[in-house]
Write a protein that binds this ligand. Structure first.
Ligand code: FAD
Length: 567
């Protein structure tokens, strides 16, 4: 087969689609061999985004089943959990990235450095833009049989004025800019011509947002100031430098167990990182931050804090591309923060059911509770009882659950949780639950299953889930397709619904770390915890090359200190 290029990508002379643009096609040799026929039949899988979701999918996918094309404006995968360490030179920027081409090449796929602009769901075409060598934007279509949207998110501005004076921490370039700005402020503060007041402002570092990213950045910054800069900038007095963390809730790390957020707050208080809780930023000015703070009596006070550097890290929202798609899909998409999918991760409202959305750009909408309630109601009517007065005996639950499971395979997660709740309610399971209580329990479970965190952990699990399902779909026999499809739903026939498993959260808080293991379990500690935190991320790093580079960075930092040149 060496002389046959079976899957080269080429722009066909064909134009088409709603905008009459050129259409990118797989070139497949016109030879009539069995292999060629097999290649021609392979579905085209297009993945938008080369981040956590996209890469986990690629790594788990059986390369023989699909023609894969990955489209992303960034030609690297970024290992985000260690990005705060790169802002202060603890790790090098190149230690956190892996060329996406290398990953895609591993499965014989194609990579296009371009941006998805729109999707025509009926014609199965993604509209893509790319700036050519003359600086002119070119647009074309990429056809698909299956499309996966994994384009991540953007920082949530919360409607605050003046964010152009802030830095963000989402990408490798952001980390570079932050490092340069921190060092530039320190250099300026050292100049003999800088006044005392100006020096204080330059050395006032503010972080808006007390989630894991804001907290880890504040911790890394504190380490840098405390460990390296005091020696390198002897003219600067340590008490002239200040780090402030502004948080709208009453605790930092508020999604973690309360004892862990308290531990982090105490640690910051000891390290003189000022934590301003119950505080909302209303405006960012070129040299100060205006915020309101709730005082002990519930009154609101407006304050202004001089600043020389501000990081804005207050959660995520939808990017322009996803907003466009959500608008196009109309009432099927009612969430303003992310694209809604069903529990099989299929985008709600698409006509052909062949588009999936995963990671930060997506949220799973269940509505399974409503389906189960309607089903139970119909069962009750069938048996001549009034559903509103129905008393369901726990001992009968199993047979009801079996019927629900047959009707709604996507409800498995709900049923498992209900079983657990029943067991907690009533250990010998001889009591009863009325219909109203059951409905409320189901709704609670729905809400729990729907509000998944925007984390690498979730994007990774969803990417893996889709890859396993796609592998099964490709192997699904014609007999299965014909006979076993429930309600015409091939996805549900070949694979279970997606269920998120929370494996815990970690955060570095400055020469110590906290681990939230869920269900009230947590660990916090000093040096041992830092090494455990490093080891976990070291093991998860994307390639052997990045692991070696990370280990070398930590060794260099131990021997020579952090890299503090701005370039
Ligand atoms: P991303 O990884 O953001 O990837 C999106 C991809 O889509 C990128 O390749 C981008 O170039 C591409 N793209 C964007 N627009 C388009 C377009 N129009 N067309 C085509 N491609 C497009 N999570 C954790 O679980 N643990 C942590 O410790 C942790 N730390 C973090 C630290 C920082 C500083 C940040 C920023 C995030 C952190 N996260 C962490 C969150 C985690 O990084 C995200 O949840 C995860 O990256 C989401 O994966 P994703 O695939 O949805 O999006």
């Amino acid at each position: 087969q060496a002389d046959i290029d079976i899957s080269a990508l080429a722009l066909s002379p064909r134009r088409g689609g709603p905008k009459n643009l050129p259409i990118l096609e797989y070139y497949i040799d016109d030879d009539d061999s069995e292999e060629m026929r097999r290649q021609k039949d392979k579905p085209r899988l297009v993945i938008l985004g080369g981040g956590w979701g996209g890469v986990s999918l690629i790594k788990e996918l059986d390369p023989d089943n699909y023609h894969v094309t990955v489209i992303s404006p960034a030609n690297y995968f970024l290992f985000t959990p260690m990005l705060p360490s790169a802002t202060v030179g603890t790790l090098g920027l190149r230690s956190l990235v892996e060329p996406i081409r290398r990953i895609v090449h591993g499965i014989g796929g194609h990579f296009l450095r371009a941006r998805a602009e729109d999707v025509d769901f009926s014609a199965r075409l993604v509209e893509v833009s790319q700036v050519d060598c003359n600086g002119v934007e070119q647009r074309f279509y990429v056809p698909y049989d299956k499309l996966v949207i994994a384009v991540g998110s953007v920082t949530n501005p919360h409607g605050v004025k003046g964010l152009e004076h802030c830095h963000f921490l989402r990408d490798i370039n952001d980390a570079r800019e932050i490092r340069n700005k921190v060092i530039q402020n320190l250099e300026l503060a050292c100049l003999p011509t800088t006044t005392d007041e100006e020096r204080k402002r330059l050395l006032s570092f503010v972080v808006c947002g007390g989630g894991p990213t804001g907290v880890e950045f504040a911790a890394e910054l504190f380490d840098l100031l405390n460990e390296d800069l005091i020696q390198l900038f002897p003219r600067l007095l340590r008490n002239e430098i200040s780090v402030h963390l502004i948080q709208s809730r009453d605790h930092i790390l508020n999604t973690y167990d309360e004892t862990l957020s308290k531990y982090a707050e105490d640690r910051f208080a000891r390290d003189q990182v000022e934590v301003l809780t119950n505080s909302r930023v209303s405006e960012v000015r070129p040299d100060s931050i205006v915020f309101t703070q709730k005082d002990a009596d519930g009154g609101i006070v407006t304050k202004e804090l001089p600043m020389g550097f501000c990081l804005w890290s207050t959660g995520v929202s939808q990017n322009e591309f996803c907003r466009r798609l959500a608008k196009k899909l109309g009432s099927a998409q009612s969430n303003r923060r992310a694209l809604e999918t069903d529990t099989h991760l299929r985008l709600n409202g698409t006509p052909l059911g062949d588009v999936y959305a995963i990671g930060d750009c997506a949220t799973v909408q269940n509505n399974v509770a409503d389906h189960i309630v309607t089903f139970l109601r119909s069962l009750a009517w069938k048996h001549g009882s009034d559903p509103e007065r129905l008393q369901l005996r726990f001992s009968d639950w199993r047979s009801v659950a079996e019927q629900v499971k047959r009707r709604f395979p996507q409800a498995v997660g709900h049923l498992r949780r209900l079983d657990k709740l029943f067991a907690e309610y009533d250990r010998d399971q001889s009591g009863t639950l009325d219909f109203g209580e059951l409905r409320e329990l189901l709704r609670q479970i729905d809400r729990k299953l729907t509000s998944l965190p925007a984390t690498a952990q979730r994007a990774h699990q969803q990417g893996q889930y889709l890859a396993r399902k796609f592998n099964k779909l490709a192997r699904a026999t014609p007999a299965l397709r014909a006979n076993d499809i429930l309600d015409g739903d091939l996805d549900a026939a070949v694979y279970k619904a997606f269920e998120y498993k929370h494996l815990g959260s970690l955060a570095y808080i400055g020469n110590s770390a906290v681990f939230d293991l869920g269900k009230g379990w947590g660990l916090a500690g000093g040096l041992w915890a830092v090494y455990a935190w490093r080891s976990i991320y070291f093991a998860q790093s994307v390639s052997f090359r990045t692991r070696v580079m990370m280990a070398m960075d930590w060794a260099k930092r131990g021997l020579f200190g952090r890299d503090l040149m701005s370039y």
